[in-house]
Write a protein that binds this ligand. Structure first.
Ligand SMILES: Nc1nc2c(c(=O)[nH]1)N[C@H]1C(S)=C(S)[C@@H](COP(=O)(O)O)O[C@H]1N2
Ligand SMILES: [Mo]
Length: 230
């Protein structure tokens, strides 16, 4: 069990200190910031805005760098135990039936973002393209950020509010949030949601993902898994 939890590297020490000071909710932070940052302190305000992701998010990477999305080169490979492997371009992903939802996001370390607007594609539509074989039981999600991976069962990805998201709050996913596509499963802690996704491999048995290898539960149900010990 890792002591620090799945949040090893926010944008830098300064951001980390700002973010952790007091554990403010996004709402409290916004109110505090608007009171403290008068026009005369706008330079400082700008500095803080640059390092502090708005809306309560904390930006995580395990490598300290963020993959760069190139729309002409990016592919989503869907392969493994399927009848017809596919390699989707970004445009092909966008052309699939669009789903939208508003859900709550929980990181296992205790921060939450309410009312997140996501748009993307349901997994049933992605799986329909490739036709999983009867032996397929789970999907291994591979990030462009190596070696980050995680997995979900085929049952889990078909929960009503699970999706592969390409928009966050009305905008294409930004680079820090995992452009161009990330896994969203509101019922589970954020570490199951692989950012900078590039491959979905259909597998018979669920492999350990990055955080599972460090002691976190495979099934990261919010409030019911081993993540929150306090
Ligand atoms: N590739 C990759 N995906 C990742 C992570 C990461 O470090 N790398 N961190 C996970 C964790 S623990 C959380 S809480 C969320 C954080 O999402 P955010 O960085 O958009 O706030 O991303 C998840 N997906
Ligand atoms: Mo997290």
């Amino acid at each position: 069990m890792s002591v620090s939890g799945p949040d090893p590297r926010p944008f830098g020490r300064r951001a980390f200190l700002l973010l952790t000071a007091g554990g403010l909710s996004s709402f409290a932070w916004a109110g505090w910031a608007s009171r403290v940052f008068s026009p005369v302190t706008s330079q400082f305000s700008q500095l803080v805005a640059d390092v502090l992701p708005v809306g309560g998010w904390r930006i995580y990477t395990i490598s300290g760098s963020m993959p760069l999305f190139d729309p002409s080169a990016w592919r989503l490979e869907i392969d493994g135990l399927v009848k017809r492997p596919r390699s989707l371009s970004y445009d092909e992903l966008l052309s699939l039936p669009r789903a939208e939802q508003v859900s709550t996001f929980h990181c296992v370390t205790g921060w939450t973002v309410n009312g997140v607007h996501w748009a993307g594609v349901r997994f049933r539509d992605l799986l329909g393209l490739v036709e999983p074989l009867p032996s397929a039981h789970a999907i291994r999600f591979v990030s462009l950020e190596q070696p980050y991976t995680d997995s979900l069962t085929l049952d889990q990805v078909q929960l009503h509010d699970v999706m592969l998201a390409y928009e966050l709050d009305g905008q294409p996913l930004s680079r820090p949030h995992g452009s161009p596509a990330r896994v969203v499963i509101p019922e589970m802690y954020g570490y199951k949601g692989v950012k900078w996704l590039t491959r979905m491999e259909l597998v018979a048995a669920q492999p350990q993902g990055y955080w599972e290898g460090l002691g976190y539960d495979q099934d990261a149900w919010v409030g019911r898994s081993n993540g929150r010990t306090s």
